[in-house]
Design a protein around this ligand. Structure first.
Ligand SMILES: Nc1ncnc2c1ncn2[C@@H]1O[C@H](COP(=O)(O)OP(=O)(O)OP(=O)(O)O)[C@@H](O)[C@H]1O
Ligand SMILES: [Mg+2]
Length: 256
């Protein structure tokens, strides 16, 4: 099997230079010439990217370059208008996502914390919000209650259980959004600007938590402008340029 060519191994000319794992790992996430525009407005241009299971890839680039759009694509919320996206070797497309069981499996394996966490919270109280995913996965009410209890304890948000999500502070909402994802125990965690609006203690806690997710073998894809977060957690960077493509900026290998 060909070694995985990460985004940082792809030059401006699309040549694969080397694989940082030196390995035979297969891509869990694979974009092949992926293009997407909002109406006429190009957001992703000819993206070729492979992310292997267990990687922590950090997406970087200026405002509007397409980081959030790429995370939406990974989560099957938008689809290729040209090219392809494969998750675990299955193509994720408008067509494949019409299959309810395929879509359900994809959403169970990939968790996404939005740039604005409040936009993804919709239940009347925090407890129901966290229980929503496990219930949708068909778990028994006993198991659902167990998972809700476990993640509330892990994140220290037990005191918020009966509160309305839309009345919480930004940082509290971010923790609830994280709890919702954790309760699903996905393979892949996508975070969009995860440290925005968090106090210093909560930022430190979350960065350490990323380390725990990595140790547990989870795959992380994080969009951020925060260089210190990137330096601390990234296995590699995925740089996006002003034309919504990869740049040929030299890539840093920091945690290999
Ligand atoms: N819903 C939308 N409708 C139209 N255009 C959009 C929409 N969402 C994003 N765009 C445009 O697509 C491009 C990519 O946006 P995106 O949000 O992916 O950028 P980003 O890299 O996440 O930026 P930021 O660092 O500011 O979060 C931008 O030019 C943006 O204006
Ligand atoms: Mg964004």
């Amino acid at each position: 099997m060909a070694p995985v060519a990460h985004a940082h191994d792809i030059s401006a000319h699309g040549e694969s230079l080397h694989a940082p794992h030196g390995g035979e790992s297969k891509a869990l996430i694979r974009f092949d010439d992926f293009c997407f525009a909002y109406d006429e407005h190009i957001a992703l241009s000819h993206i070729d990217l492979e992310i292997a299971a267990g990687d922590c890839a950090v997406l970087m680039g200026d405002n509007g370059c397409g980081k959030s759009t790429l995370l939406r694509a990974i989560n099957g919320l938008i689809f290729a208008q040209q090219g392809h996206y494969y998750f675990d070797e299955n193509e994720v497309s408008e067509q494949s996502m019409k299959d309810a069981s395929f879509a359900k499996k994809l959403h169970a394996r990939i968790g996404f914390i939005f740039q604005d966490s409040d936009a993804q919270l919709f239940c009347a109280n925090v407890e129901d919000e966290i229980a929503f995913g496990p219930r949708a996965m068909g778990l028994s009410e006993e198991d659902v209650a167990q998972r809700v209890g476990d993640v509330c304890e892990l994140l220290g948000i037990g005191h918020l259980r009966t509160r309305a999500p839309y009345h919480l502070s930004g940082g509290e909402q971010k923790k609830v959004a994280l709890a919702c994802i954790l309760s699903m125990n996905p393979d892949v965690y996508c975070f969009d600007e995860p440290l925005n609006g968090l106090d210093a203690g909560t930022r430190r806690w979350l960065v350490d938590f990323f380390g725990e997710l990595k140790s547990a073998g989870k795959t992380l894809v994080i969009a951020t402008h925060d260089q210190s977060l990137a330096d601390e957690v990234a296995d590699y960077f995925v740089y996006m340029g002003p034309e919504h493509e990869y740049t040929d900026k030299p890539h840093l290998h920091i945690n290999y």
